[in-house]
Design a protein around this ligand. Structure first.
Ligand code: ATP
Ligand code: MG
Length: 421
């Protein structure tokens, strides 16, 4: 059709538009959208009435743009359609065209007019276009009926003074809040299923997530955990544009704990050390807490007593977004976001010899503090934070690239005596 251009209409949640923060949220969302669409023959064309419009040179580019935008937090849904001059004649023609060949029994037309200057009313569009769509389908020998509340196919028309947009395909966006509107957190990323999903859930809320992974000796060659953690970070980076991953050699700490603490407390002590190191990194990177993939009672270290015992060393808030989720629910999200296949690859982040044979189900804070008093916690943590790797991943031109790898030393001021307080 001449003069029809492929368009996407992005609807964002109106909840966060209340109050004077609106320009801040909109500008963050625009930044994410522009970065996500980089390299495609498409253009973001500002926003009207709580909608953003992206124009595309070809329908294929519009499809690819829509697929990428489904990973941008802050977008509720994406309409994929065409833009045309806002005349009733053109709207009826485009609406009919958009419903041609679609398989439906019930249908409806939803029209909205943003300008009172337009020489037709929304109801007129809905009635006339609705009648034409019915005739078109019946002429093809199909039995169709209008259903305003529960239609199988909907033709949306949104008209402004300068352009009308017509679309039938409405894709669900990620929802949530735009990246960078809610500050930063560190995530303890194991490479398993849970922590990747925990990070994703928090990213959706507009938080930029930095990752820290602790690795030990692999059980077998080829089962090292850092490649898995890196791959998970790659898969999560399109959701936030840029990720930092810290890789910490945990082997010396594990050896120290194995040599100096009873078997039954090992795992909980590992977690305490991880939390503390995460907080050191958090302080140097303007993060306000740590995310973990804990789910209540999923494994021995995650009974509520043990979570309390581990958590007691934290000075910053610890977010456990999966604490009330079942494994099936977590797995379903992992599949949806694309981390599942990587997370089930075999790896060892801890030498099997260092795993406890009889982990305690209910350890108290006092017991853990007493065992820890026998360890050289300060020294071990200082050693671990003296030489870690910091990698930066960025989403550019539709691909995730590793931008830099650096040796990283945690600033001395961030290494406080761990057992104080
Ligand atoms: P996941 O499924 O994410 O691997 P898990 O089921 O292995 O978690 P645990 O081993 O008890 O459960 O770990 C609980 C949480 O502790 C993880 O979700 C993660 O946040 C953190 N964690 C565990 N191991 C590591 C690690 N090697 N590096 C960083 N964080 C870790
Ligand atoms: Mg788990």
């Amino acid at each position: 059709m001449t003069g029809a251009r492929p368009l996407l209409v992005l609807h964002y949640s109106e909840l966060w538009l209340k109050g004077c923060n609106k320009p801040f949220f909109i500008s963050k969302l625009k930044t994410s959208i522009e970065q996500t669409l980089e390299g495609l023959p498409v253009r973001l064309e500002g926003h009207v009435n709580e909608r953003m419009v992206v124009s595309a040179q070809t329908p294929e580019a519009a499809q690819e743009a829509a697929a990428r935008l489904q990973r941008v937090p802050g977008i509720e849904f994406i309409g994929v359609g065409v833009g045309i001059p806002p005349t009733l004649e053109r709207i009826l023609a485009a609406g009919l065209e958009s419903m041609r060949g679609k398989d439906f029994h019930s249908y409806r037309v939803r029209a909205k007019r943003a300008s009172k200057q337009l020489p037709f009313r929304s109801l007129e569009v809905e009635r006339q276009l609705g009648a034409l769509i019915g005739e078109q389908a019946r002429a093809e020998g199909r039995d169709v009926r209008v259903d305003l509340s529960n239609a199988e196919a909907t033709c949306f028309v949104q008209a402004t003074a300068t352009e009308a947009v017509v679309f039938t395909d409405k894709l669900r966006g990620l929802g949530g809040l735009p990246t960078g509107t809610a500050g930063r957190l560190m995530c303890l990323l194991s490479g398993g299923i849970d922590s990747a999903v925990a990070a994703y859930k928090i990213m959706r809320r507009g938080v930029r997530v930095n990752f820290v992974h602790f690795y030990g000796a692999a059980a077998r060659p080829g089962e090292e955990s850092p490649p898995i953690a890196r791959e998970v970070v790659r898969q999560l980076t399109p959701y936030q544009g840029l990720s930092r991953l810290f890789l910490v050699d945990f082997d010396p700490i594990q050896r120290h704990i194995v040599a100096n603490a009873p078997d039954e407390f090992r795992l909980l002590l590992y977690r305490r050390f991880m939390l503390r190191i995460s907080e050191k990194l958090a302080r140097g990177h303007r993060c306000h807490g740590t995310i973990t993939g804990d789910s209540i009672a999923q494994v021995a270290s995650q009974t509520i007593a043990n979570i309390e015992g581990v958590n007691s060393v934290a000075k910053m808030p610890v977010y456990r977004p999966l604490c009330g989720d079942d494994k099936q629910e977590i797995t379903a999200i992992a599949r949806k976001i694309g981390t599942y296949e990587t997370s089930i690859e075999p790896f060892t982040d801890c030498c099997p010899l260092y795993m406890p044979r009889n982990p305690r189900l209910f350890a108290s804070i006092d017991e853990l503090d007493a065992v820890e008093a026998q360890l050289e916690a300060d020294h071990m943590i200082r050693q671990a934070t003296m030489s870690l790797l910091r990698e930066v991943y960025e989403y550019r031109m539709g691909k995730v690239e590793r931008k830099s790898v650096k040796q990283y030393v945690v600033a001395a001021k961030d290494i406080s005596p761990v057992l104080a307080g």
